[in-house]
Design a protein around this ligand. Structure first.
Ligand code: CU
Length: 69
């Protein structure tokens, strides 16, 4: 799943988004790209909703929407 993240402007933001998403149970790998503002998320659980991912990003201070591939 790929999210478009808004509000990131440095490597600290990248790290913050990454950590926030990795805190969700079942999220295994998060690759955040600062330039494109995207987060690539690999999950081992099918129970994770987009809302959960978006809310986690928002709590960390960033906007998130589902990105088309
Ligand atoms: Cu930053």
């Amino acid at each position: 799943m790929k999210l478009q993240i808004s509000g990131m402007n440095c490597d600290g933001c990248v790290q913050a988004v990454k950590e926030a998403l990795l805190e969700i149970d079942g999220v295994d790998v998060v690759v955040v790209d600062l330039e494109s503002g995207t987060a690539d998320i690999q999950m081992s659980s099918a129970d994770i909703s987009i809302d959960q991912l978006v809310i986690s990003a928002k709590l960390a201070g960033y906007g998130a929407t589902l990105a088309g591939d």
